[in-house]
Design a protein around this ligand. Structure first.
Ligand SMILES: C[S@@+](CC[C@H](N)C(=O)[O-])C[C@H]1O[C@@H](n2cnc3c(N)ncnc32)[C@H](O)[C@@H]1O
Length: 286
C-alpha cells in the first residue's frame, strides 16, 4: 500500500506535485446522490465567505468514488456562493476518473491523484468524505498533515464520514494549523440518542470513544442532556435536539453563534464544537 505518511516522492510543501504514483490506495467506491448534502450545506454557509474573498478559488473533492455525483453536487452548491469557483474531483482509481470525465464542464474537472493533490494551484478548500475511514488511524493523521501542507494560506479541509445515504454525518474542519472543529449532523426523524452518532466519527476520533478520552465524555454528557430534554419531545424531535444542544453548551464549548452555531444551525440537526475540546490525549504513533 502507498502509505499516506510516506509520499513516494519527497517534496517541500510549496513544491509543485511531481508526476509519481498517487499517494494512497484504491478503496471501496460507495457513493450516492445527495449523500453529502449535509456537509455541502454547512460548507457553503461556513466557508462561503472564504470562497467569496479568495482569489481564483480552487476546490478539490478528494476520493469522490464510483460516480461523479457528489463532486457535481458540490460544484453546483458552491457556484451559488461563488459563481466562478473551480472544482476538481480527484480520485486514485483511474477507472473512476474515466467514468467521471464525461461529466466535466467549464469549472468542473476530474483527475487522477491522491493525498498529494496534483492540481495546478493550491486549493482554498479540500473536501474528503468517506475516504480516511478506510485507512489506519496513524495514516489518517499523516494524510491530514500532507493535505494541510498543500492548502492555500487561508485554506481549509473538510474531512468526514457519513451513513450510507447521508442521514448521519460527522466531519472535522482543518486549516494549516491543524484540526479546528468537529461537527455532528443528523436527520432528526427517527433519531434516538446522540451517542448513536459515534459510529460516524472520523477516523481520528472513532477509536477514542472510550472512557478517559474527551470525545467519550462529550457523547456521554450529550446523551444526558438529551435525556433531560425529553419533555421537549412532546413538541417534536427538533425542539428536543435544540434544547439538548443548548443545555450541553452550558458545560462544553459548543458553538452558540453564527456561522458555526446558534439556533439556525441547531435546527438542522447540527452541532459544532472546537476540536481542542475533544482532541485525543495523544496522537497515534505510525
Ligand atoms: C467510499 S468512496 C467515497 C465517495 C464519496 N466521497 C462519498 O462520500 O460518497 C472512497 C473513495 O476514495 C478513494 N480514495 C481512497 N484513498 C484515496 C486517495 N489517497 N486519494 C484519492 N482517492 C482516494 C477510493 O478509491 C474511493 O473511490
Amino acid at each position: 500500500m502507498a502509505a499516506p505518511d510516506e509520499p513516494r516522492t519527497r517534496r517541500g510543501p510549496g513544491d509543485a506535485p511531481a508526476r509519481s504514483r498517487p499517494v494512497g490506495e484504491v478503496t471501496r467506491g460507495t457513493t450516492g446522490h445527495n449523500r453529502l448534502r449535509r456537509s455541502d450545506r454547512w460548507t457553503a454557509a461556513v466557508y462561503g465567505p472564504l470562497l467569496v474573498s479568495a482569489d481564483r478559488p480552487l476546490v478539490v473533492d478528494l476520493g469522490y468514488g464510483a460516480s461523479h455525483v457528489t463532486t457535481s453536487e458540490l460544484f453546483v452548491r458552491l457556484r451559488r456562493v461563488r459563481p466562478d469557483v473551480e472544482v476538481v474531483g480527484i480520485e486514485i482509481d483511474p477507472v473512476r476518473v474515466a467514468a467521471a470525465r464525461p461529466y466535466e464542464r467549464p469549472g468542473l474537472s476530474f483527475a487522477r491523484g491522491g493525498f498529494e493533490l496534483p492540481v495546478s494551484r493550491r486549493p482554498t478548500l479540500v473536501r474528503a468524505f468517506n475516504v480516511l475511514r478506510q485507512y489506519g488511524e496513524a495514516q489518517a493523521w499523516a494524510a491530514w498533515d500532507l493535505l494541510r501542507s498543500r492548502l492555500a494560506p487561508e485554506g481549509v479541509i473538510v474531512e468526514g464520514t457519513c451513513s450510507e445515504i447521508g442521514h448521519r454525518a460527522a466531519w472535522v474542519a482543518l486549516d494549516a494549523r491543524g484540526p479546528r472543529t468537529l461537527t455532528l449532523s443528523t436527520r432528526l426523524a427517527g433519531f434516538e440518542r446522540p451517542s448513536d452518532l459515534a459510529e460516524r466519527l472520523p477516523k481520528a476520533l472513532i477509536h477514542r470513544n472510550v472512557p478517559g478520552e474527551a470525545v467519550h465524555g462529550f457523547l456521554r454528557d450529550f446523551d444526558h442532556a438529551w435525556a433531560l430534554s425529553a419533555p421537549y419531545g412532546a413538541y417534536g424531535v427538533r425542539p428536543r435536539w435544540m434544547a439538548a444542544v443548548e443545555r450541553l453548551a452550558g458545560t462544553w464549548p459548543v458553538a452558540t453563534a453564527p456561522p458555526l452555531g446558534g439556533r439556525r444551525r441547531w435546527r438542522l440537526g447540527e452541532l459544532t464544537i472546537p476540536w481542542s475540546a475533544l482532541a485525543p490525549d495523544e496522537r497515534p504513533r505510525p
